[in-house]
Design a protein. Sequence first.
Length: 280
Amino acid sequence: MSNNVKAALLIVLAMAMISSNDAIVKTASERLSIGQILFIRGALACLILGTIIRLSGRPLFVSSLFSRANLLRASLETAATLCFVTGLSLLPIATASTLVWTSPLLLTLLAAVFLPERVVPARWMAVVLGFAGMLLVTQPFGSQFSMAMTLPLVAALFVAARDIVTRRIDPGLHSFYVTFATLALVTICGAVLSMFTWQPVQVETLSILALSACLLTGGFFTQVTAIRMGELSFISPFAFSGIVAAIILGYLFWNDVPTPLMFTGIALIISSCWYIARSH
């Protein structure tokens, strides 16, 4: 099995974990502020990953943890998380997830510009169709449009930039430390925000955030490993599996069903991402 195929399978697994985490965060956002969610979930995730790092026989901190590329990646992930989680609290999970996972389309563009990866004309056409699908989902001039939809789209741009930077990180730096830096920075950001909006936390909410932390840690680590293993323009379209998972979760827990026009847009985005992968 080639590295690209292994990386693609890891991306699908990562998306399943991250989408499940998103559903938990959306539920928690009905009880707690965004800052509190990011802080509590992040602190638990740092504890989990820190324990795993120590059990693996590695030191908790290494000098390359604070490298410029690793800190830049963590900053981009933090910005993406803030935009997406805020949008997720205001939108149906299927809508927010579909918009944020237009990042593979942006990533195909960025990989062609910043990385030595060739993008054939057919892939450019797929990117155009994917963005047409995005317009059908957001319907910027229709009654369904909400300014909150711009938040996951901005997050998608940060995600695409993050994945480009991930490839610039020293290959010798273990993915544990790449993930740990990201979780730590998101947690710090959540701590600052929660200072102004702190509310009492119920045991039930703490429990589901602990589950969210486990899913997030596993999803981030799997995603980082996949991105560093495979070719970006090949593996990134497999993130479309996150859209499918979000639609299923939205229906099961909130009875959310996208409109026919939105389904058409989602289908265009998924088809475009799939074609980009198959045309490799």
